[in-house]
Ligand binder design. Structure first.
Ligand SMILES: [Zn+2]
Length: 676
């Protein structure tokens, strides 16, 4: 969409538009606030003799100057418009929007050559520039980049996704209730903060301002611009009542009669509503654990790495849920022989009511029978794969300046292997995507093998490993591993410059990637080990010789996520043990350290924590470090030479403790050794 100050000399003059406005009961003087109104202008019809095109008229006080005039027109792209008229309207409007848009794109740091490429396509297709540049098209702009451009065009502050974790949902709800408002559904705009008795409202673009005024009449407010995704996350975590929805279906299910045709549908809807709730909370896993007494079982979630119990299910419902999951994955016979690993398949009906999850998430389901003699006593664990998880940008990951500089230099190299390591759920993929997002996808060909393809990136050549079929005897994981090896061989014949490979699990993949790194490719991948020091024994286990690894390895970034304290309730931590841990360290100024401890409030559901952030250590490969690797030196010596003592995983986590962002317990939990 475009903001288009009408220049003088255009067929539709300012005074004509003012007439349209006054016909609708709005004089220009009355428009102090930005204003949107659907009008049916006549200029398109006059030009092409077609149907009138819906056009919105916006009065923008901030551009009220003699030239350009005060009235701007923007064209609503989503309406059904006859093709001829639509093309004409877009042409007229695009011409006026271009300079403002291009200036905003330049401010965002988009290079002119990318703007040129997008404008050439725009001339052919009439798409908007931000659409062409978005992730799903050319990938010149991330979703957050689009939000920042919209913020610039609207002359408003940008609201980054990192702020979403600390939204005080309880405070906002209280404010809304006190003013007689209720948030019943996600409208695409959302209050994100209560500030001195007025609301800060998150919108996605300038046009939303008027809708916000209509939604919250009489409340004083200001605006910030966020991505749609950020607002949706805030909505899901704080305002959508997904738990209550699931429990409402539970009660319906309890009351449904077994012979009722509807009962099976209700059961499916209940299971999916639990899965939806887990997704809304940002959970990584759902566990269905039967109670030892066989009185039912608990539905457990893992959110931000912490386990919690969502609800207990009494035996009648529990048995139905488990048998549904077993039969739905076609595992009735297999489950008697041992654990079963499957993809969760959607049924056609799921996409209507649960589109928000079926279109975004995939689920891998693990069924574990307790024993041969109790085949019905099954634990079920669902791993949630968010297929849009990783849109983070490198400078939002909060690396220190030196680490950031090193990582950026690695992305500019032409050959070699860069590793990101950490346990499951440590944000490795997020970092990899953020690194690759900094590369120019036009001049360098990027190819990726992913499972699943997490986010469509226009110019990347993305491939997904084959999904296991229901008949695969080895389960989903090994079928996908075989498929990944084949894809990697094929990909190397397709002339990539940069390769992203999901994870090294097996030796053949390690050799294939090192071979690629040795033959003119820059390869990025992950490995499931806890610290940088452990990479070497893993490669040796694969049979890789150290001189080869030493000559090709460009860096190892090890990372974890630690819980962050809720800023609304945390209190100073004055325990001696904490202060002792922070003293006598040259990288922490003990006098200025402000450690905090968790308390708990309505905004964090009493936990004292909200969200997580990354801690890391980066093994830099200097010539000296390379020599040590090639000489097969003890890994501890390699790491001591490549990671400064004030930049280890533990040191960096203590720095977060000193800043009051996480706790000493969380920092210590990262260590491979017990520290006292
Ligand atoms: Zn709190």
């Amino acid at each position: 969409m475009f903001f288009t100050p009408f220049a003088s000399g255009h067929k539709k003059t300012e005074s004509e538009l003012a007439t349209v406005l006054s016909d609708r009961g709005h004089s220009e003087q009355a428009l102090d606030e930005p204003f949107v109104h659907a009008v049916e202008p006549t200029f398109d019809a006059q030009h092409v003799g077609a149907e009138p095109v819906p056009v919105r008229v916006i009065h923008k006080p901030e551009t009220h100057q003699p030239e350009p005039p005060a009235i701007a027109v923007t064209h609503t792209m989503q309406t059904t418009i006859p093709a001829t008229a639509s093309t004409l309207a877009t042409t007229v409007i695009t011409k006026f929007a271009e300079s403002e848009m291009v200036a905003a794109l330049r401010d965002e740091g988009v290079p002119q050559r990318h703007i040129d490429i997008a404008q050439r396509r725009e001339a052919l297709t009439r798409e908007s520039l931000t659409t062409i540049m978005s992730s799903a098209e050319y990938g010149f702009l991330t979703p957050e980049g689009v939000a920042r451009v919209n913020a610039r065009l609207a002359k408003l502050a940008y609201y980054p996704p990192s702020s979403a974790g600390q939204v005080a949902g309880a405070d906002i709800k209280e404010f809304l209730t006190a003013h007689g408002f209720a948030l019943n559904q996600f409208e695409g705009i959302l209050p994100v903060q209560v500030k001195d008795s007025h609301l800060v409202i998150g919108i996605t673009e300038s046009m939303d301002r008027n809708r916000a005024t209509l939604l919250f009449p009489g409340v004083s407010h200001e605006y910030v611009v966020a991505s749609q995704r950020t607002l949706q996350t805030i909505w899901r975590r704080n305002f959508a009542d997904s738990a209550a929805d699931a429990m409402a279906l539970y009660h319906e299910l309890v009351q449904a009669r077994v012979e009722d045709d509807n009962a099976q549908t209700l059961l499916r809807r209940f299971v999916l509503s639990v899965m939806r709730h887990a997704c809304y909370m940002g959970a990584s896993d759902i566990g269905f654990t039967p109670s030892a007494s066989e009185s039912g079982g608990d539905v457990r979630l893992k959110v931000d790495g912490q386990g919690e119990i969502f609800t207990f299910l009494p035996k009648t419902v529990w048995d139905k849920v488990i048998s549904h999951l077993v039969t739905q994955t076609g595992s009735q016979d297999k489950i008697t022989k041992g654990p079963v690993d499957r993809r969760f398949e959607w049924l056609p009906g799921d996409h209507d009511e649960f589109r928000e999850i079926t279109s975004r998430y995939a689920f891998r389901i693990e069924l574990l029978p307790r024993s041969e003699s109790q085949p019905r006593h099954v634990t079920v664990v669902m791993r949630i794969l968010d297929q849009q998880a990783d849109t983070a940008e490198l400078d939002q990951l909060e690396f220190d300046a030196e680490t950031l500089r090193y990582l950026t230099q690695v992305t500019n190299l032409r050959t070699g292997l860069m590793l990101v390591v950490g346990p499951t759920g440590s944000g490795k993929t997020t970092t990899l995507y953020a690194l690759l997002n900094t590369m120019d996808p036009v001049t360098r060909w990027l190819e990726s093998i992913e499972n699943p393809i997490e986010y469509q990136r226009g110019l990347w050549m993305q491939m997904q490993t084959m999904q296991a079929t229901g008949d695969d005897s080895d389960g989903a994981a090994s079928a996908e591993a075989r498929s990944a090896g084949l894809l990697l061989k094929g990909m190397l014949r397709a002339a990539p410059d940069v390769i992203l490979f999901g994870e090294i699990r097996k030796g053949d993949i390690a050799f294939e990637l090192l071979d690629a790194a040795n033959t003119g490719h820059l390869a990025f991948t992950t490995m499931h080990v806890n610290e940088a020091v452990m990479v070497f024994s893993r490669f040796k286990g694969f049979g890789v010789d150290m001189p080869t690894l030493g000559s090709l390895l460009r860096g190892v970034l090890a990372q974890r996520l630690v819980r962050t304290l809720c800023t609304h309730c945390a209190q100073p931590d004055e325990r001696i043990t904490t202060l002792d841990a922070l003293s006598n360290l040259d990288y922490i100024d003990a006098m200025r350290a402000r450690p905090m401890r968790p308390v708990g409030c309505p905004n964090c559901n009493g936990s004292g924590f909200r969200g997580r952030r990354m801690v890391y250590e980066l093994l830099q490969i200097s010539p000296a470090v390379r020599d040590l690797i090639e000489q097969d030196a003890p890994p501890s010596r390699i790491v001591a030479a490549g990671i400064k003592s004030d930049n280890t995983l533990y040191a960096n986590s203590l720095k977060l403790v000193a800043k009051g962002l996480t706790t000493i317990e969380d920092a210590r939990a990262l260590s491979s050794f017990v520290t006292v």
